[in-house]
Design a binder for this molecule. Structure first.
Ligand SMILES: [Zn+2]
Ligand SMILES: [Zn+2]
Length: 244
């Protein structure tokens, strides 16, 4: 197995199918999903828009709830991902998708047990049992706890893509995007003030070129460049004062 991330093709740690940046994103999505639930519930009622004067009324009654939101929130069927390479995420509700992956993961995970003679045995896990019930938040915490294992399995990229699709479907309905912050140091590649950090991204990326820095690399770069930038700014201010 080569150490290339199957999602972004950057370097991945030994025995992992995904790089740290992509795993960071998955962890952020699993944190975000429970926070999206109240917004999704608020979106259940169709947006009927402003009342129009002189309207002759509707030919049919409106559907009382949005079907796309109901799809996401519904219990659905728990999808046993016998074939994780299949395209099973389309239209799958949030809890069914999360529970499906948790059960699939548990079926492969080796549980350590001790028999009555005290001998250690490795057996498949009995199943995924989140401590905090079987709600969406509980499945998200469970999957987060097992991410370090999931990332060593050949289906890690399938799980990534299905979570990616799910989070984007949810964000599309709740009209939310991760917060972004423009960093104060310019890009080391193109000098533009276009380095941006986002809530669900480990890396700080330049929006004007392809530069991508880890938080440590950015801190180092900033520490190196900011004193020089501050000195230039002071010189400009002094020159302006002298000219005035
Ligand atoms: Zn990656
Ligand atoms: Zn750049």
């Amino acid at each position: 197995m080569d150490n290339t991330c199957e999602i972004c093709h950057q370097h991945a740690p030994a025995d992992c199918y995904l790089c740290d940046g992509c795993v960071y994103r998955m962890r952020a999505w699993l944190r975000e999903l429970p926070r999206q639930l109240p917004l999704l519930q608020d979106s259940l009622q169709p947006d009927t828009g402003p009342a129009r004067r002189g309207s002759s009324g509707r030919a049919h009654s409106p559907i009382p709830v949005r079907v796309d939101v109901l799809d996401l929130l519904g219990p659905g069927h728990v999808v046993l991902l016998d074939d994780p390479h299949g395209d099973q995420s389309a239209g799958v509700p949030i809890s069914a998708l999360l529970a499906g992956w948790a059960r699939y993961l548990a079926s492969e995970h080796q549980a350590v047990r001790y028999d009555r003679h005290g001998t250690q045995r490795l057996e498949p896990c009995n199943g995924a049992v989140p401590r905090r019930g079987t709600g969406i938040a509980a499945w998200c915490s469970w999957l987060t706890a097992y991410l370090p294992y999931a990332v060593t399995r050949p289906w890690a990229a399938d799980m990534y893509k299905q979570l990616d699709d799910l989070v984007h479907r949810v964000r599309g309905i709740t009209r939310t995007t991760p917060r972004r912050h423009v960093m104060d140091a310019p890009c080391p590649g193109c000098s533009a003030f276009a380095l941006v950090s986002k809530d669900d991204e480990w890396h700080i990326s330049c929006e004007a070129c392809t530069v991508r820095l880890s938080p440590d690399e950015y801190a180092e770069h900033r520490a190196r460049i900011m004193p020089a930038l501050a000195a230039i700014a002071l010189q400009i201010a002094a020159a302006q004062q002298a000219a005035a």
